[in-house]
Design a protein around this ligand. Structure first.
Ligand code: DNO
Length: 347
């Protein structure tokens, strides 16, 4: 297991100098943020992340994300050019030592929360999802913004995009996903890169848009489309865990050969389709972190882990979910759990 930490580039207040001081941190997870979705990432931008990381004794082997252009998800005529650009990014990243690309296939919106700063009784604040609030939101006028979202649309652009999705149901999205996979996976195989799809977060349809990566059945279907291990998974515990019907341990057992990246975080279910993001330890939420990590360990997991979202604690302010302190506590906790699991397995 390699412990990693997400870094949003030079503008991130959580600097590489701070990240390197977290014990056992092997590398960063990052991306080229100043090139639009669908375009090829200049070599210089990729190399600059790599050399910044290296100067701090950190690796750069995981990219999160290379965004999939909406025209690919919609299956529009320009998708072939955009997929070729995606393939070129895979070639370049592979050449510079990137091993895993985390991506998602969620239409229009990436992860979603209704509350970016819910006060908890201990004085910290956290991200939360409340279904009633989301149902009442109008996506084309809401001002919500989350780290990593594509913010390049104008209000009209967004409205047009939502309109285009009216003719794309889940089956159509699967078809477009299969087309994408069957074009990119051979390139990944050639360049030693593994794709790791992030589950839909939360794992159900929002704003009437189709969402297809929601649990065990999705992974079985993905494998049927393309059985290569390069067609892999980012196991995001908090995303999958938001639906109590998902049995994460069993998803791990069924897919252990293709889990290349883990987003480890805990959540506290607060109602039907409602949850708060909890501190990482098992006792703080509904997910059994020890149990899940143990199954990963026993299934031979050798991929990358990053502590996912943290609360804002000790007065920290910054990107929602992506402050330093609580994520660093999460990393230390997860590293400790892993050490205990490894040691007890070898005794
Ligand atoms: C949220 C993240 C997601 C993730 C993308 C991957 O915090 O986990 O935004 O990066 O869905 O493409």
């Amino acid at each position: 297991m390699k412990m990693t930490f997400r870094w949003y580039g030079k503008s991130d207040p959580v600097t590489l100098e701070k990240i390197r001081q977290i014990p056992c941190m092997s590398g960063i997870v990052s991306a080229v943020y100043d090139v639009s979705a669908g375009e090829v990432w200049p070599d210089a931008n990729i190399l600059s992340i790599k050399s910044d990381a290296q100067k701090n004794d950190l690796g750069f082997e995981v990219v999160e994300s290379v965004p999939v252009h909406e025209s690919i998800k919609l299956g529009l005529f320009e998708r072939d050019r955009l997929i070729e650009n995606y393939c070129e990014n895979i070639r370049r990243l592979g050449t510079y030592g990137v091993k895993v690309i985390c991506y998602n296939f969620m239409p229009v919106f990436d992860w979603l929360r209704s509350d970016l700063s819910r006060k908890l009784s201990d004085g910290s604040s956290t991200l939360a999802f409340d279904n009633e609030i989301v149902l009442a939101m109008d996506p084309s006028t809401s001002d919500l913004s989350l780290p990593g979202w594509d913010e390049s649309y104008t209000k009209d652009g967004l409205k047009n995009l939502l309109k285009l999705y009216e003719s794309v149901d889940e089956e159509k999205l699967w078809e477009n996903f299969a087309y994408f996979l069957n074009n990119v996976i051979p390139v990944c195989e050639e360049f030693g890169v593994r794709m790791a799809i992030h589950p839909d977060d939360p794992p159900w349809s929002i704003f009437g848009l189709p969402r297809i990566i929601t649990g065990a059945e999705s992974y079985a279907r993905m494998k049927k489309i393309n059985p290569s291990v390069a067609n892999g998974i980012t196991l995001c515990l908090g995303s999958l865990g938001a639906d109590p019907a998902n049995n994460i341990e069993s998803i791990v057992r069924e897919n252990c050969d293709r889990i290349h990246f883990v987003h480890a975080r805990n959540i506290k279910l607060t109602g039907e389709r409602c949850f708060e993001e909890a501190p990482h330890p098992t006792v703080c939420g509904n997910l059994d972190m020890y149990g899940i990590l143990k199954v990963l360990h026993d299934s031979g997991f050798v991929g990358y882990v990053r502590p996912d979202h943290g609360r804002m604690i000790w007065g920290e302010t910054g990107r929602a979910g992506y402050g330093l302190f609580d994520r660093a506590l999460g990393a230390a906790y997860l590293t400790g759990l892993w050490e205990a699991i490894e040691r007890s397995a070898s005794e």
